[in-house]
Ligand binder design. Structure first.
Ligand code: ADP
Length: 291
C-alpha cells in the first residue's frame, strides 16, 4: 500500500497530467478562495485552482464536501470570506462590473432545471439572453437573431420539434436539455453544472453528459460539473477535482483516481471522524507516477 500523507488544502496541479490542456489558456481561477456561511460553517477552505479553456472538469465528493459552494462561488453567487475568483479577460469578481461581464458569459445548469413550465420551450431558452438586455429592453420582443440562435440551440440538443410546446410537457431529461440550450444562447465561455444528472435515470444521465461533453469539445468551452457517479466522472472528465470537507484532496487525471482513492474520497466514516483523522486524506500523485 502506498504511504498516505495529508496534503495542504490547495493542491497544486501537475501540468504534465493534462497534456491536452497544459498549453490551453486559463479561463478561470481561484486564489486562496474561502467560504464561511453566516452560521459559521466553513464550506470551503483556502482553495487555489485553475481551469483551462476546453477542459471538462468533474467535481467529486460526498454530500456536504463543498462542490456546490465552489460552483456558486465561480459564478459570483457567493461572496468569498477571503481570496478571489478571477476570470481571464474580465478580472476579480469582487468588482461588480467584472461580475456582470463574467455572469453573462457563464452558463449555469442546475439539478432542477428551473424552467417556467407554462411558457414554451423556446421562450424558456430565450431567457438565457436576459443578461444581454437592459431592464427596459426585456419588455421588448426578442430580436430575430436571438430567436434564430435559440432555435439553433434547441436543434443542437435535439429538441427543435418541441420548440413551441409548453416546457412542462417535456420529460425530465428533455427539460434538462432545454436548460443546456438556455445556457448555450448565452454564448458562454464557461458552463457550470451542479449535479445536472442527479434526478435522471442512468441512460438519460449518460446521454446528457455525452451531449455536454460534445459541446465542450466542439466549442472549446470549459465545463465544470459536479457529479456523484465516479463511473461517469471517469468516462467523461479530462480532470477530476475531489473535495472533502471543503478541501481539494484530489486533482488529477481520471486514470489516477483508483478505486481505493475514490472510496476514500467518499469514505465510510462520518465527515466529523474524517476531519479528525488526517491520514484519511487521499494522497495526490501525478498520473504518471501510477503506471
Ligand atoms: P456539496 O455540494 O458538496 O453537497 P455544499 O457546498 O452544498 O456541498 O455544502 C458544503 C457545506 O456547507 C455543508 O456543510 C453544507 O451543510 C453547508 N452549507 C451549504 N449551503 C449553506 C448555507 N446556505 N448556509 C449554511 N451552510 C451551508
Amino acid at each position: 500500500m502506498p504511504a498516505i500523507h495529508p496534503i495542504t488544502p490547495s493542491v497544486a496541479r501537475d501540468p504534465s497530467i493534462h497534456s491536452s490542456h497544459a498549453n490551453a489558456p486559463t479561463v478561470l481561477r481561484t486564489q486562496g478562495l474561502e467560504v464561511t456561511y453566516d452560521n459559521g460553517t466553513r464550506a470551503l477552505l483556502p482553495t487555489s485552482l485553475e481551469f483551462a479553456q476546453g477542459e471538462f472538469i468533474v467535481l467529486l465528493g460526498a454530500s456536504g464536501a463543498g462542490k456546490s459552494t465552489l460552483l456558486r462561488s465561480l459564478n459570483g453567487l457567493i461572496r468569498p470570506g477571503a481570496g478571489q475568483v478571477i476570470a481571464t479577460g474580465t478580472g476579480d469578481l469582487s468588482d461588480p462590473a467584472h461580475l456582470r461581464n463574467h455572469r453573462r458569459k457563464t452558463g449555469m445548469i442546475f439539478q432542477q432545471h428551473h424552467l417556467i413550465g407554462r411558457l414554451s420551450v423556446l421562450a424558456n431558452v430565450l431567457t438565457g439572453r436576459l443578461g444581454y438586455h437592459s431592464l427596459l429592453a426585456t419588455l421588448a420582443p426578442w430580436s430575430r437573431a436571438e430567436k434564430e440562435s435559440a432555435l439553433a440551440a434547441l436543434d443542437r440538443v435535439g429538441l427543435l420539434d418541441r420548440a413551441l410546446d409548453r416546457a412542462d410537457q417535456l420529460s425530465g431529461g428533455q427539460q434538462q436539455r432545454v436548460g443546456v440550450a438556455r445556457a448555450l444562447v448565452q454564448e458562454p465561455r464557461v458552463l457550470l453544472a451542479d449535479e445536472p444528472v442527479a434526478s435522471l435515470d442512468p441512460a438519460t444521465a449518460e446521454r446528457l453528459l455525452s451531449l455536454l461533453h460534445g459541446i465542450c469539445k466542439s466549442d472549446g468551452l470549459t465545463l465544470i460539473v459536479s457529479l456523484h457517479q465516479v463511473e461517469f466522472a471517469k468516462q467523461f472528465a479530462d480532470r477530476i477535482v475531489g473535495l472533502h470537507a471543503g478541501s481539494v484532496v484530489f486533482d488529477g487525471a481520471p486514470a489516477a483516481l483508483t478505486p481505493e482513492r475514490a472510496q476514500s474520497l467518499y469514505g465510510t466514516q462520518s465527515s466529523s471522524s474524517l476531519k479528525q483523522t488526517p491520514h484519511n486524506v487521499i494522497n495526490f500523485q501525478p498520473a504518471g507516477a501510477l503506471s
